[in-house]
Design a binder for this molecule. Structure first.
Ligand SMILES: NC(=O)c1ccc[n+]([C@@H]2O[C@H](COP(=O)([O-])OP(=O)(O)OC[C@H]3O[C@@H](n4cnc5c(N)ncnc54)[C@H](OP(=O)(O)O)[C@@H]3O)[C@@H](O)[C@H]2O)c1
Length: 309
């Protein structure tokens, strides 16, 4: 099978499209024929080696986490999936990934793809969708009457976050660059804040929740936006240094676990058109370097997808 592999950490030149053996599923695992796979920042961070201390996987390794495709074979103890059924989900970070024609994934980290949801759309959901769902719906418990500030509302996580927060009934503020202000409003933001022209910390006040997808200096400045007793919930992104400057708000680093029930909740919304996956660019597997470069630019709109099968 064709697979996007690294044999050493490095920049784009470290990625090679190779012929690799089709992997075999073990107990509790599923072999998927991949039809589409989105690209996430974690993919090029794993390639660069910056995640090596956290995920010390062996090399060579096939890159990629998200996938959508069909069940090709199942391992022992997987009794509830027919061959040929459409599924989507995420691979395990410690083993070969999904930017390949086939991938072995855990049964626990996939769900059936509903009718009405295309494979490329489904492939955008696992990492980005679940990384928005857990902070907003589960940790923050967003609902009507609550105000949330979402950083990078036009990004992979942000496009899901804006739509989910709106669907949950919250008042949604989102930061974006000037070319994406109308876009995040069309997605559902009540107010878009141009982070290149406006100090978000001065204009987005009294938020019940801030969802930080950027980290670093943005994280520190976000404390000013939260009302006393509110919540700052963050993904793991740029490093945050120093102690929190306020003790009167809750600060949570979200742990993201991709499970069947979370995938199913997001897929149900997507199939109904309530939360619409935002694909800005599609590339075939043999143009994966261009797909990774688009993600690595830091200015992708929504999701970038590799179309494979
Ligand atoms: N488990 C976890 O903790 C977890 C899970 C998922 C993601 N993450 C991390 O979360 C981060 C975001 O992921 P992603 O997939 O959403 O990335 P992404 O799609 O690459 O984000 C790109 C977006 O960021 C926006 N942006 C860049 N700088 C900005 C700023 N200063 N203010 C507001 N928006 C800004 C860009 O908007 P413009 O083009 O308008 O500038 C662009 O739309 C990454 O570091 C990723 O690794 C962590």
């Amino acid at each position: 099978m064709k697979a996007l592999q690294i044999s050493a950490h490095g920049g784009p030149e470290a990625m090679r499209l190779v012929d690799a053996p089709v992997p075999q599923p073990g107990a509790g695992e599923v072999l998927v024929r991949v039809r589409a796979a989105s690209v996430n920042p974690i993919d090029w961070k794993m390639r660069n080696g910056v995640m090596r201390a956290v995920f010390p996987f062996p090399l060579p390794r096939i890159l990629g986490r998200d996938f959508a495709g069909v069940v090709e074979a199942v391992g022992a103890a997987v009794t509830d999936l027919e061959l040929g059924v459409r599924v989507f989900g995420a691979g395990d970070l410690m083993r070969d990934g999904t930017h390949a024609e086939f991938a072995v994934v855990s049964r626990a980290s996939l769900a059936r793809t509903p009718e009405g949801l295309a494979d490329d759309e489904a492939s955008t959901i696992p990492v980005s969708g679940v990384s928005a769902l857990i902070p907003l719906a589960e940790i923050a418990g967003l609902g009507p009457g609550r105000r949330v500030l979402i950083h990078a509302g036009a990004g992979g996580v942000g496009t899901f976050a804006v739509q989910i927060a709106r669907e949950l009934g919250a008042e949604v503020l989102a930061t974006a660059g000037p070319q994406n202000l109308d876009y995040v409003v069309r997605l559902g933001a009540h107010r878009a804040i141009d982070y290149t022209a406006t100090d978000f910390a001065a204009t987005a006040r009294d938020c019940d929740v801030v969802f930080d997808t950027i980290g670093g200096e943005i994280h520190r400045r976000s404390f000013a936006c939260v009302r006393p007793g509110g919540l700052l919930v963050a993904l793991t992104a740029a490093p945050v240094t120093g102690p929190p400057p306020r003790a009167d708000i809750r600060v949570v680093r979200a742990k993201i676990q991709i499970t069947e029930s979370r995938l199913a909740r997001l897929a149900d919304w997507a199939a109904k058109g309530v939360v619409v996956p935002q694909i800005s660019q599609r590339f075939p597997l043999n143009e994966a370097r261009s797909a990774y470069a688009a993600s690595e630019s830091g200015h992708a709109r929504g999701k970038i997808v590799l179309t494979i099968g």
